[in-house]
Write a protein that binds this ligand. Structure first.
Ligand SMILES: [Zn+2]
Length: 244
């Protein structure tokens, strides 16, 4: 197996109620949460997601509170780890929401990979999954290689369909020197929810049926690994990426 090194990149900060990010949580705190892109370095140079749009764009205004200083723009964050955007060979999207898929134009040499169901939903205006957090006109400009369900993409890199946050959300399974590590997108946004017994999903699901799908997706991931990197958690920037 080919092992990859995972590096989380901090790409700006959103301010949101914590209860959005932890299903069943009833506290009223409003907190800062990071937007995160994961860089995977191994046989291939891969990004998982591309982060949010420009803060001062029309859409950046729509998704306030959101801020992103210059050094947290994706090209600057990549430069800080010695990577140029043109070196990226693949971008694997957990899903196509605005905070995960808005810097795609930086990667002229990359092939973009997402679930067929995720992209298709953007052409279905009545689909409850496609309401909300998408910048549809923007993400539709790009070409994607479409995956149906679970697939090993390369030696050491697989995707598994884990719907519920969106209808076509997927998780990325990365072989590392410390074992298989899951990048879950917004199925799990906080590490603490993964470590609860039993684990809890984020509260960002698009219907009651989707909530059931969230927990089915969690069950699927638990059979794969205990190591999980979530969608919006500061702990991933700590040594060991907050993994227990
Ligand atoms: Zn999302």
């Amino acid at each position: 197996m080919s092992a990859y090194k995972i590096t989380p990149l901090h790409l700006g900060t959103i301010t949101r109620p914590k209860k959005n990010f932890l299903h069943g949580y009833t506290g009223s705190e409003v907190e800062d949460f990071p937007i995160i892109v994961y860089h995977l370095d191994g046989e291939h140079k891969i990004l998982v997601d591309t982060g949010g749009c420009a803060v001062d764009s029309e859409y950046g205004q729509r998704f306030q509170p959101y801020r992103r200083p210059k050094d947290q723009e994706l090209d600057a964050a990549l430069a800080s780890i010695g990577v140029r955007p043109e070196q990226i060979e693949y971008v694997i999207f957990t899903h196509l929401h605005w905070d995960h898929a808005s810097c795609n134009e930086l990667f002229p040499n990359a092939r973009f990979i997402c679930q067929r169901r995720e992209l298709a939903s953007l052409y279905e205006p009545d689909n409850p999954s496609s309401k909300g957090g998408y910048i549809k006109d923007y993400v539709k400009q790009f070409s994607y290689e479409l995956v149906d369900g679970d697939l090993q993409l390369f030696d050491g890199i697989s995707v598994v369909l884990t719907p519920g946050h969106t209808i076509g959300s997927q998780s990325v399974i990365v072989d590392t020197d410390d074992g298989l590590t899951i990048i879950s997108g917004d199925l799990i946004t906080l590490q603490e929810s993964w470590y609860m017994d039993p684990p809890r999903s984020s509260a960002l699901y698009y219907s009651e049926e989707a909530l059931t799908m969230m927990y089915e997706s969690i069950d699927k991931l638990r059979k794969i690994s205990t190591r999980l990197l979530p969608g919006h958690d500061w702990h991933v920037f700590e040594p060991g990426m907050g993994l227990r």
